[in-house]
Design a binder for this molecule. Structure first.
Ligand SMILES: *Cc1c(COP(=O)(O)O)cnc(C)c1O
Length: 396
């Protein structure tokens, strides 16, 4: 089968070629435009560009050719009309949420959110008169009950960090639509390869590109994806005026990261599946959650809305915090870090780091026990990783 034009090609092909706009030098790799600004042919041209009557760039806080190449490439993968890159994943979440609300509005969000995202909805938005209700994400009735006349926006993350709980995107999207609200999905854990929130009815998708999209621990970045109307009316002006712009250098790294994203994520997911199966019945493991195993409590929903498992495993070791710390400290190959989606396998103890600021009852509501360890599976050989995990569990 041939692929007559790029737009009808498969994701692997588009991730190598989309967004490339060669300069007259005919470079093979995408050019990196490290420039703050651009010069104009004439005063008339500058005037037209400021009036939006002429195509072209004016200032990198607004847009930049390298950043645009990254945006076009990820928009093609996501199936979104438009993307806006940001300095970090949190800048993307903040712009997506702040851009949609004003004083008097109300937001509903799933309780099991990335720590900083929870701060945005729970602490930041209320300072500006935007109310927020947190709900148990998998419980669709809880979303329905939380809706008020002023509800403007819903926010969720699935699979959630770190408990790998799944939320029914199509189900929540239908409730949002009925309420006249929008749904924003933080799709970091699923990656743009394994879950398509827009196709499931969401209005907006956000990523921390710091994770799988870079995937090699080099730079921070984020992106907001939605319809052209959504981006232009809610997100673009907020980003342009408040200024959390991505560096063209970081955008270039992420653009190149997209070329190998499918290879890395598929390999990391296959290894995660292998490790989850191998460790599931280990005597030192109290509970192992992996969204690719048939015993995941929401396996049917996963089969409906995801086309792959995950590069992440949540494993609860015996003997609580002491057991978790002994296990983590005994690892030799796998390192302790709060990053994820990296080529290097990494472990985190959420209860004392990423979610340490929450009271124990709140952590319990999010499924974060003292023995829980989050494992981000990298690109090492599966047998080497298994050997390291098994020797470290031996010390628990
Ligand atoms: C890392 C992460 C973020 C924040 O991204 P940064 O690039 O660190 O700002 C947001 N949501 C989820 C689910 C994440 O894993």
């Amino acid at each position: 089968m041939t692929c007559p034009d790029l737009s009808s090609c498969r994701p692997e092909t588009r991730l190598v070629h989309e967004g490339q706009n060669r300069t007259p030098y005919g470079e093979t790799s995408e050019a990196l435009f490290l420039t703050q600004g651009f010069v104009y042919e004439s005063a008339e041209s500058a005037e037209r560009r400021f009036l939006n009557e002429e195509q072209g760039y004016s200032y990198t806080r607004y847009s930049n050719p390298t950043v645009a190449a990254f945006e076009e490439r990820i928009a093609a993968l996501e199936g979104a009309e438009m993307a806006q890159a940001t300095a970090t994943g949190m800048a993307a979440v903040t712009a997506a949420m702040m851009g949609q609300v004003r004083a008097g509005d109300h937001v509903v969000a799933a309780r099991a959110l990335f720590g900083s995202c929870r701060w945005i909805v729970e602490d930041l938005l209320p300072r500006f008169g935007v109310g927020c209700t947190l709900v148990d994400g998998p419980d669709l009735d809880a979303w329905r009950r939380a809706v008020r006349p002023a509800t403007t926006a819903f926010l969720l993350e699935t699979p959630s960090n770190p408990s790998l709980e799944i939320i029914d995107i199509a189900g929540v999207a239908a409730i949002a639509r009925e309420a006249g609200a929008t749904l924003t999905v933080d799709n970091v854990f699923a990656t743009p390869l394994f879950q398509k929130p827009l196709a499931l009815g969401a209005d907006c998708v956000v990523y921390s590109a710091t994770k799988h999209i870079d995937g090699q621990g080099r730079c921070l970045g984020g992106v907001v994806l939605a319809s052209r109307a959504f981006i232009e009316t809610k997100v673009q002006q907020f980003l342009r005026m408040t200024g959390p712009s991505i560096s063209p250098f970081n955008a270039w790294v992420l653009l190149k990261g997209l070329e190998t994203l499918p290879l890395r994520v598929e390999r990391q997911t296959a290894t995660a599946g292998f490790l989850a199966d191998a460790l599931h019945d280990h005597p030192k493991v109290r509970r192992l959650t992996y969204p690719g195993r048939p015993d995941h409590p929401q396996a049917a929903l996963i089969a409906r809305q995801m086309s792959g498992g995950s590069t992440m495993i949540a494993l609860e070791v015996r003997e609580g915090k002491a057991g978790a710390f002994r296990f983590m400290n005994a690892l030799r190959l796998i390192r302790i870090s709060n990053n994820l989606g990296d080529a290097k396998s990494l472990v985190t103890h959420p209860a004392t780091t990423t979610h340490g600021r929450f009271a124990p009852e709140l952590r319990a509501q999010m499924g974060i026990t003292d023995g829980l360890v989050r494992l981000s599976v990298g690109l090492e050989h599966p047998e080497d990783l298994l050997a390291d995990l098994v020797q470290a569990l031996g010390g628990v």
